[in-house]
Ligand binder design. Structure first.
Ligand code: GAF
Length: 382
């Protein structure tokens, strides 16, 4: 894909481009914890967005998307939210301009193999790749965490999803065969080898694309904030659900709707689960780690209500199989993929089993991706 993207660029724009490879991400555990100042355990993967890009000396940006076949142009003096995929790029440019960083016109071709809406964060890959590319072209000297924060701000202001920092962080900080535990409060992080040669990370795509995903995502965030405000009436030092305990939540139970109570209960439990899961990972105990993944799914389904029948079905299929250490819905939810840890020698059987049972139930064949952990965004000058 890298070579074809480059060739497409040369054919379209007649010059040599800079190449940027920007990965999608998985998250082993720690869902909806990032915007609650909690912990997450993500990694960058082999699915990616590829940019070929070069400056053009004008005030115009021309972007050709291989996935739609269209070329969209925008003027650097009129950067505002715009429907379609270009919005993600314009959001990044806007945020750079907001920081007083000079951006001049560029030509670019964008391609990718991250399935959209599958929970692998194609949007963070689009954002992170462009920030890194423009940083290289304009020599801003941005650090990787700054780049992640710019991508996150772009997502907040243009598509309007009030996401946490996990996706942009993982996209820019990924390391081959390592998972990262990020503290989303102070942004400190540690790498851990994901060293389980007998297991594969298998993503099963429910092929469900929930149109309410971003609005419901923002509602979940508000509900967590509502819970924190109630707790603060008794415990003013609590800044976020990261600082809250079940006892504190119970003290304000009567002030909260059952829904808000459940949302907060899930988050408090999940933040602790990431800590426990990290210890299990360090000990090499994938079986217990997998049990925590199932517990996360249960919480996301029943308390946080970001699953759907198709995803619940996929996880229940995983639970039937002894070759699976653990499985759960991954990412924001409302559709997309489950992440499954599957014994390597049984992966082919498992895929056949999942696809046939899912097709029998829902009349469509889920795509399955056997993924590997890779480096974060890389920029290549050819
Ligand atoms: C989406 C968001 F972009 C992340 O910040 C995170 O909140 C995730 O959903 C849920 O854990 O991917």
């Amino acid at each position: 894909m890298i070579q074809t993207t480059k060739e497409k660029f040369i054919q379209q724009f007649g010059k040599e481009p800079l190449i940027i490879v920007s990965p999608g991400r998985i998250n082993l555990i720690g869902e909806h914890t990032d915007y609650n100042d909690g912990f997450v355990l993500p990694a960058a993967i082999d699915k990616k967005i590829v940019y070929a890009i070069a400056l053009n000396g004008t005030r115009q940006c021309n972007v050709h998307a291989v996935f739609t076949g269209e070329t969209v142009s925008f003027d650097l003096d009129r950067v505002h939210p715009t429907p379609g995929w270009i919005n993600y790029l314009m959001g990044v440019v806007f945020q750079l301009q907001e920081r007083g960083l000079s951006v001049t016109g560029f030509d670019c071709v964008i391609a990718g193999d991250i399935p959209v809406g599958a929970g692998m964060s194609s949007s963070a890959a689009v954002e992170g790749g462009l920030v890194a590319g423009l940083d290289h072209l304009f020599q801003y000297g941005l650090g990787r965490m700054d780049m992640a924060l710019i991508g996150q701000k772009a997502e907040h202001t243009f598509p309007g999803v009030k996401c946490g920092i996990m996706d942009q962080f993982a996209n820019l900080h990924g390391k081959k065969d390592q998972v990262m535990r990020l503290d989303c409060r102070d942004l400190s992080f540690e790498y851990f080898p994901f060293d389980f040669p007998a297991y594969k990370i298998v993503l099963c795509n429910s092929m469900v694309h929930h149109s309410l995903a971003s609005s419901e995502y923002n509602v979940r965030r508000q509900q967590c904030e509502e819970g924190v405000k109630a707790i603060q009436t008794l415990h003013p030092d609590v800044r976020s659900l990261r600082d809250a305990s079940f006892a504190m939540l119970d003290e304000v139970k009567s002030q909260l709707s059952p829904q808000v109570y459940d949302r907060c209960a899930y988050v408090i439990a999940e933040i602790q689960r990431v800590q426990d899961a990290t210890e299990l990972l360090k000990k090499g105990d994938l079986q217990q780690f997998g049990q925590l993944m199932y517990a996360t799914h249960e919480g996301l389904s029943k308390l946080y209500e970001v699953s759907c029948p198709e995803l619940d079905f996929l996880v229940s299929l995983a639970q039937e199989r002894e070759e699976v250490a653990g499985a759960r819905v991954m990412g924001g939810g409302f559709g997309g993929c489950t992440i499954n840890l599957v014994k390597e020698e049984k992966v082919a059987d498992y895929i056949t089993f999942i696809q046939s049972r899912y097709e029998a139930e829902y009349g469509k064949v889920p795509e399955v991706y056997v993924t590997t952990i890779q480096d974060g965004v890389s920029v290549w000058q050819h």
